[in-house]
Design a protein around this ligand. Sequence first.
Ligand code: HEC
Ligand code: HEC
Length: 368
Amino acid sequence: MIKAFIGWIILFGPMTLMAAPLGLPEVTVPADNPQSAAKIELGKQLFFDKRLSADGTVSCASCHQPERAFTDGRPTAVGIRGQVGPRNAPTVLNAAFYTSLFHDGRADSLETQALGPLTNPIEHGLKNTQPILALLRNDPDYRRLFQSAFGEAPEKAQPEHIGKAIASYERTLVCGNTPFDRFLYGGDETALSESAQRGLRIFRRKGNCANCHEIGLNHSLFTDNRFYNLGVGFERLKGKFTQFVSAYKQATAGNQTDPAAVYNERERSELGRFLVTGEVADIGKFRTPTLRNISLTGPYMHDGSQKTLEDVVEYYNQGGEKNPFLDPAIYPLHLTEQEKADLVEFLNSLSNPACLFRPGRFPNPGEI
Ligand code: HEC
Ligand code: HEC
């Protein structure tokens, strides 16, 4: 009887909760933005709505496509009027577990992150969020959803409501239960091939990968949420970063020089975490990304410069790209051909194809 009761609590939890998928912890939900079915639905509608862009051609899902595990399959993202950005669109699957968002960690919550692309001139291209607020206030479906999501009149819609609704939807996009999870956490010794099991050992030891892409006792996010310089894209900064740093210092010291003017966006982007902290030691650092669903989300790295997982493994094997800021945990690995193949086989075990959707099919909460 008691056992059944405990089982019931574990299964259904204190309501909000769909049980966390195997291998993942529970998603943390901020106190001022509790999950609700209506808010999630509102966020989902917004995520797929092209009316949220300057020319009606772009939605969040243009770059975060459910049929590509919420990426776009391109090296770097393409926004309104075919404009090409400097960075690769990361997956939104499991983004709920990051402690900071974007490759350089410049947003500290999904709520604030969601407002970024809407007014980015080369993404959704809106001047401000007014057109979206107008939609929430005037479109009958949005009016109804807004009212039940926030218990307020749609006339009261503010930008923060947009962020909250989209973030609530994104918190449902969690995806675990991969062969790796079934092997390590589900007690299924047959879930990984011999080769993938050897790859797991290399990942933890000789390859030093788990140093940053963490594997935990009860679950794994494959990220430590920290920032490192691997040298990716650094050749675009070669011989120029001293110039940039002094321009940046002048600008922040009150001089009106716009540091952005010194470089085009593609070069500037390579400064990575430095753009957020202004610390020289952070030049070229990017956040450790999760490796969940990695076989579905190529091309790789913040600039999409690595095409395949074989390429990525070779990049690490060579010890990254030499530069004055290269992290000491990145060094030549001297892997044999077999070890490289095993490592790739292991990386391939981190995906759950159930998290891919037919074009036009928008996953509902609890489906994945
Ligand atoms: C034009 C393509 C494009 C559109 C449209 C777009 N994104 Fe993105 N998204 C990106 C790129 C590129 C990045 C990484 C940018 C960076 O790090 O500077 C990103 C990053 C993110 C992240 C952070 C993921 C991580 O690993 O930190 C989330 C979450 C996200 N986008 C959600 C959204 C939402 C919500 C919308 C709609 C409001 C949206 N995106 C619209 C391309 C796009
Ligand atoms: C010092 C920390 C660190 C170590 C060690 C490390 N990584 Fe990474 N990894 C990162 C960071 C940071 C990035 C993002 C770099 C970028 O975008 O420029 C990354 C990116 C990746 C990517 C691309 C992810 C994507 O979505 O584009 C893969 C795959 C990857 N690492 C696998 C590995 C493997 C395999 C190893 C071991 C051979 C390894 N990593 C070792 C920090 C690390």
